[in-house]
Design a protein around this ligand. Structure first.
Ligand code: SF4
Ligand code: SF4
Length: 136
């Protein structure tokens, strides 16, 4: 009767002084690999606009079909995405969109924290992709 109790106490004591395997997230964070594929962001030009030229290659290559692109082409001007949206609930973070982009406009950053209460908040719109919030 007393032996199992002592065994249990000994185990607790051993664990108490052993090296911790847990961290105090979110105050502490583990370093992540530079190759980590997190949330997307848009690279910008000096005017703060997206480099995206709405070629549609990322849409074509996306295996999850989670990119929505609406193209606007002004007469004599440069085409750009009138609407660009990524459904992060369907995205598998394969990075194909980044690889396919001919102008290096769409990138996958290091941010892996995206917790929301509403479904619509999981959609990365053009405005969100341009904001600094997702680029870390
Ligand atoms: S990371 Fe992959 S699944 Fe996600 S949007 Fe890009 S191509 Fe699609
Ligand atoms: S993000 Fe790149 S690949 Fe996708 S539409 Fe824009 S320019 Fe083309």
């Amino acid at each position: 009767m007393i032996i199992p109790l002592l065994k249990g106490l000994w185990l607790t004591l051993k664990r108490f002084f052993s090296k911790k395997v847990t961290i105090q997230y979110p105050e502490e964070r583990r370093p992540i690999s530079p190759r980590w594929r997190g949330l997307h962001y848009f690279e910008k030009n000096s005017a703060g606009e997206t480099l995206c030229v709405a070629c549609g290659l990322c849409v074509a290559v996306c295996p999850a079909r989670c990119i929505t692109l609406e193209i606007y082409e002004p007469e004599g001007g440069i085409r750009y995405p009138a609407r660009y949206e990524i459904d992060t609930l369907r995205c598998i973070f394969c990075g194909f969109c980044q690889e396919a982009c001919p102008v290096n406009a769409i990138k996958l950053g290091q941010n892996y924290e995206y917790v929301h209460y509403k479904r619509e908040d999981f959609f990365l719109t053009k405005e969100k992709l341009l904001s600094e919030q997702y680029k870390n």
